[in-house]
Design a binder for this molecule. Structure first.
Ligand code: PLP
Length: 408
């Protein structure tokens, strides 16, 4: 398979690019915390089966937040003990299975402590170790941090209003249940090193305040990765670990990280072709077979890092003051970026989006077109098709009409 001949649009994964970040993460964890660390790859970020298999081969666990993710990673060979089950709505049966099989669970909801009370009574001989998702006031800890939502985070048990304390108190009444971990994932827009240091200090503060003997501290995900202009694991983990060491001993307490997009960004691109050029009232619109919906389904972004690939020498082409790259959908807002004072693009040229697809390879609306194909460039340069583009067969599955009447 030759990549020039591939039918666009498609996502492209460089295995070597993935290796770079996976190795950087392992080294940063090892150098700052020794061998007692664990990576739970965030399955929600990108659940492409090929990628999950890759993460498994790296020795990473699966960080899951739903019953579907549970079944998917099971299908791909992760055992229950290789799972970290998070999220605000858990499936009770899966919750119990993972706990009984010594996987990791970070409680988040009102009902989970109730489940645990019943489970601990049903299995009095078994010790249950659980973690608690901490909700703390990041705006107060890091006033300069840009939050995702103005109101602050909504996950976990709130430290400031005493809910966290209340859950701990409730669980301490159960003789065979131990609060073994704290989970401090935070997703902020600015993703600064300072916010991770502040969260690590929070873990120290909570462990001291409530005399917790923790087997793990889970710092969650949300890191930058694969971007020259931003911090990476080599910046985050020295800051996290120096704070954690004020209280925790790396030989006793496991450091967990749950990265998603930071492991993938560098390695992924989205390749599209120019299909048509429309000159309308002084504007030049390049119609491509990709879309904003493939790259940013919520259509909130205005910057799309990219490079161009001309199908022949652009030197002889006329210079055009403004060319707007647009998508295949019939939505007017489907305009990606403007190319100014550059050679005229023509059908067959490619627009290749860099660091694209970390989330959207799977978080991609089934709007007009369905999931694009995914190709992987292996370490030896060979190409592997990891996903066929979805067509009507995939779209129609499990759909019924009166005429087709195929409920069997
Ligand atoms: C609990 C948890 N862990 C890890 C992640 C991964 O985040 P990212 O892809 O930004 O690294 C998320 C994402 O929302 C999350 O909610």
């Amino acid at each position: 398979m030759n990549s020039d001949a591939l039918q666009t649009p498609y996502f492209y994964i460089s295995e070597t690019g993935l290796d770079t970040d996976a190795s950087m993460l392992k080294e940063a964890l090892f150098e700052n915390w020794g061998s007692n660390h664990l990576v739970g790859y965030s399955v929600k970020t990108n659940s492409l089966p090929w990628l999950l298999q890759y993460m498994k081969a790296q020795g990473f666990y699966a960080e899951i937040v739903s019953d579907t993710e549970y079944r998917l990673v099971k299908e791909l060979g992760f055992t229950d003990s290789q799972m970290i089950y998070n999220g605000p709505i858990k499936d009770r049966a899966i919750f119990e299975t993972i706990l009984l099989e010594n996987g990791y669970i970070n409680l988040d909801s009102t009902e989970e402590p109730e489940w645990l009370e019943e489970l601990s009574a049903a299995y009095p001989q078994q010790i249950f170790s659980v973690g608690l998702r901490v909700n703390c006031d990041i705006a107060a800890l890091c006033p300069n941090e840009v939050l995702v939502e103005e109101e602050g985070g909504r996950f976990g048990y709130c430290y400031e209003n005493g809910k966290l304390k209340e859950v701990m108190h409730r669980l301490s009444a159960l003789p065979n249940v131990k609060v073994a971990g704290l989970h401090l994932h935070s997703s902020t827009q600015s993703r600064t090193v300072e916010v991770y240091a502040a969260l690590a200090s929070m873990a120290v503060r909570i462990a001291e305040e409530y005399s917790l003997d923790l087997s793990y501290v889970d710092m969650g995900g949300g890191y930058f990765g694969g971007r020259e202009d931003k911090p990476d694991y080599r910046d985050y983990f020295p800051a996290i670990c120096s704070k954690l060491r004020e209280k925790f001993d790396p030989s006793h307490t496991t450091l967990i990280a749950e990265p998603g997009v930071s492991l993938i960004s560098r390695a992924t691109t989205f390749v599209t072709s120019v299909k048509d050029i429309k000159e309308i009232r002084g504007h030049s619109f390049l119609v491509t077979d990709g879309s904003r919906t493939n790259l940013n389904p919520l259509v909130t972004r205005h910057v799309y890092p990219h490079h161009l690939f001309y199908c022949d020498d652009p030197a002889g082409r006329p210079l055009v003051k403004s060319q707007w790259v647009t998508g295949f959908t019939c939505m007017e807002y489907d305009r990606l970026f403007e190319i100014t004072d550059s050679p005229a693009l023509r059908p067959g040229d490619k627009v290749i989006y860099d660091t694209a697809g970390g989330y959207t390879m799977c978080l991609n609306p089934l709007f007009i077109h369905y999931f694009p194909a995914v190709y992987v460039e292996h370490r030896d340069g060979s190409l592997f098709k990891a996903r066929d583009p979805w067509d009507i067969k995939e779209f129609m599955q499990k759909n019924y009409t009166e005429e087709r009447n195929s409920h069997e």
